[in-house]
Design a protein around this ligand. Structure first.
Ligand code: DHB
Ligand code: FE
Length: 280
């Protein structure tokens, strides 16, 4: 049977992707950030997944106000990088896992979560920047990726409670797939940031570090936090953090093993947070 071995959490700032693509990671501004991911890249080389189930948000690139799926699972063979202003990132094509994705869609929908099936979808920085942070610049990504897009751009957004429960349903689905696959679930976006309005540039270190503590130790309690608290404390784009609860819900009930924790300010307008949790 397939197994979820670990979960990975990381911010997805587009400027990080540009720094990687333009070879600027050693510049003084960027070096401390990329150093924080070095232990993770080493761990990833030793703990290579077969499939990453990658929870992220699209930023009005694949979807628009015409069509706003709350949860969309990518069931295609492959996914092209989206064109989002700097042009499509020069990163490898994302290879999917249509069999596992279809199995998860079936299981999770029968468990009462209404997913949108995406049989063709482009993927933006929300998905490709986490891949670059964890895998660097390979000619091909080292594993299959199932994109799982969550609407946190246009209200109404899903609650933390629903995201945690969805993560549990995803674990049940993966563990009933009849193939010996090593699967990681990644939760991406956040941490505190606000890109527009009077509070543009907002960063809240206390909130962010408390969120990391609670995500590790008591996700059940964290999942009760209403969306308005994310926005008030972590800024309008801080609501991206709700996606981390999907990955956390996909972990086994026992306390996870903390492999790596990193927090850094600033990267562009954003506080960057990163965790790797291993299933016991
Ligand atoms: C920034 C952060 C984001 O999450 C995003 O989607 C776009 C921009 C930023 O900090 O610049
Ligand atoms: Fe974002």
């Amino acid at each position: 049977m397939a197994r979820i071995t670990a979960s990975v959490y990381t911010s997805h700032v587009p400027a990080i992707g540009v720094a990687i693509d333009q070879g600027r990671t050693a510049e003084p501004y960027w070096r401390p950030l990329f150093q924080g991911y070095e232990p993770s890249r080493a761990w990833m080389r030793d703990n290579r997944p077969d499939v990453v189930f990658l929870v992220y948000n699209d930023h009005a690139n694949a979807f628009s106000l015409d069509l706003i799926p709350t949860f969309a699972i990518g069931c295609a063979d492959s996914f092209l990088p989206a064109d989002e202003g700097w042009g499509p990132r020069p990163v490898p094509l994302v290879q999917g896992h249509p069999e596992l994705a279809a199995h998860i869609a079936h299981s999770v929908i029968q468990d009462d979560f209404d997913l949108t099936i995406a049989n063709r979808m482009e993927v933006d920085h929300g998905l490709t920047v986490p891949l670059s942070l964890l895998f660097g610049q390979p000619r091909a990504w080292p594993c299959a990726v199932i994109p799982f897009a969550v609407n946190v751009v246009q209200y109404p957004v899903p609650s933390g409670r629903r995201c945690l429960a969805l993560g549990r349903a995803i674990r049940k689905a993966v563990e009933s797939f009849d193939a010996g696959l090593n699967v990681q679930v990644w939760g991406t976006g956040g941490m505190s940031h606000q890109l527009q309005g009077a509070r543009a540039g907002l960063i809240n270190r206390d909130f962010d570090n408390g969120f990391l503590d609670r995500l590790i130790a008591d996700p059940e309690d964290l999942a009760q936090m209403p969306h308005i608290d994310y926005v008030r404390e972590a800024g309008s784009e801080g609501i991206e953090l709700v996606m981390w609860l999907i990955a956390r819900g996909a972990m086994a009930a026992m306390p996870p093993k903390l492999i790596h924790r990193f927090y850094h300010v600033p990267a562009s307008n954003t506080a960057v947070g990163h965790l790797i949790l291993e299933n016991p």
